[in-house]
Design a protein around this ligand. Structure first.
Ligand code: APR
Ligand code: PHB
Length: 389
């Protein structure tokens, strides 16, 4: 098999890159080790920055997002049982849209099917070869048969646990990581949200987040120990712990119901540098991970894909390699600013088990400064709505 760009991974990054390349007349094949249903089954945040929305529109997959997405002009920070609003619209002139990542993936999958481009699900034992030559290739097995795809470029969109980054020799890559000493216990329920906007809660018992997928489906998170297991949290225990962290008004509005999904996710900050190795390019979670506090993961995947798509179009249309040569530095400049913001918000809002009395006082001073300074609120707002692509 031969194609211009072989894309490993059919998550948001791989599907979005495939769609943009298709729109630009660049042939591409997507290889995914799971089934489409498995990919769709992932429950992930959907806070969409305007830059990401614009890119989805360019890819002609934004229609449902505009119809069903919930525009949020601000968010709430709750400290000491008192809520403070960060007004994105007033502080930045922008907003974000709440629209589950699952729905974005569904829209991208529907668009992919309509392109008639090749998408290979349940591709196992994927391996990447000869990316330093002009003829890289990707090998995989499917239904017990070995296959080979020769291509011009390989896009590693295969996430944190993917094969592409891990195929790079250790001496050619630098990794930077911070693992946080807690996790997020998430619950999804078909119950109305407690608030029209998200509520980020700083509480002595631990961080909590009240989010949503629609006006009838809510998503809640409780900071928990990494020693915990979701099975130890029956719904009743989750709801009673959440109530202990909610303010009075949210408690009054809370509607509980059976969990549709409940799981614990660890939190980490991670960046691999560079993001380009010859004709192998990393994008999205394959190159970096952010703690979910700042809701940056999907939006960073989108900005990486934007830079890589533009660089590939420039190569095929103008026979220029400057975009490809600039890709890693350009993507990493935005990645590190989002990593900083996500790290900052995580340190601001969580209880750190081993923090000193001084650390806790500084955290409270940081919150006090944020909630009483327009400049501090504007800094949070401009990072939350998304720095320019
Ligand atoms: N071969 C083929 N496919 C693979 C392999 C492999 N060896 N390893 C992983 N994959 C697939 C995974 O099954 C997954 O569908 O690559 C895809 C990677 O998708 P994501 O992990 O969703 O990463 P990305 O597309 O970069 O999207 C980033 O997802 O994890 C969230 O918070 C993150 O919102 C962000 C978004
Ligand atoms: C979510 O809805 O899952 C969500 C929203 C905002 C975040 C993290 C997760 O910061």
């Amino acid at each position: 098999m031969r194609t211009q760009v072989a894309i490993v991974g059919a998550g948001p990054a791989g599907l979005l890159l495939g769609q943009l390349l298709h729109k630009s007349g660049i042939d591409n094949v997507i290889l995914e080790r799971q089934t489409a249903d498995y990919v769709l089954g992932r429950i992930r945040a959907g806070i969409i920055e305007q830059g990401t929305m614009a890119l989805l529109d360019t890819a002609c997959v934004g229609a449902r997002l505009h119809q069903e997405g919930l525009a949020h002009d601000g968010t709430q920070i709750c400290v000491g049982g008192t809520r403070h609003r960060i007004d994105f619209r007033a502080l930045t002139g922008k907003n974000v849209v709440v629209y589950g990542q699952t729905e974005i993936t569904r829209d991208l999958m529907d668009a992919r099917r309509a392109t008639q481009r090749t998408t290979i699900y349940e591709a196992t034992d994927v391996s990447v070869h000869d990316w330093s030559s002009e003829r890289p290739c990707v090998r995989f097995r499917q239904h017990g048969k070995e296959h080979e795809i020769f291509c011009d470029f390989v896009a590693g969109c295969d996430g944190y646990h993917g094969v592409c980054r891990q195929s790079v020799p250790p001496e050619a890559i630098r990794e930077f990581e911070r693992v946080y000493p807690f996790g997020w216990l998430g619950l999804l329920s078909d119950t109305p949200p407690v608030s029209e906007e998200l509520i980020y809660i700083h509480h002595a018992r631990g961080f909590s987040l009240c989010s949503m997928r629609s006006t009838t489906r809510s998503r809640y998170y409780l900071q928990c120990s990494l020693a915990e297991h979701a099975e130890e949290w029956p719904d009743a225990r989750f709801w009673s712990e959440l109530r202990l962290r909610l303010d009075v008004a949210a408690n009054d509005r809370l509607v509980t119901g059976p969990s549709l999904e409940k799981s614990i996710a660890p939190l980490r900050s991670f960046v691999a540098e560079p993001m380009r190795f010859g004709r192998l390019f990393l994008a999205g979670d394959a190159a970096h991970i952010v703690p979910p506090t700042g809701a940056k993961g999907l939006n960073l995947a989108a900005s990486d894909v934007n830079y890589l798509w533009l660089a590939l179009v420039e190569y095929y249309q103008d026979k220029s390699v400057s975009g490809l040569d600039d890709y890693s530095a350009r993507a990493l400049a935005r990645v590190w600013k989002a990593e900083r913001f996500s790290w900052w918000m995580t340190n601001l809002l969580h209880v750190f088990p081993d923090s000193s009395g001084f650390d806790r006082k500084v955290q409270l001073a940081e919150l006090d400064y944020l909630l009483n300074s327009q400049a501090a609120a504007a800094a949070l707002a401009e990072n939350y709505v998304g720095l320019p692509f």
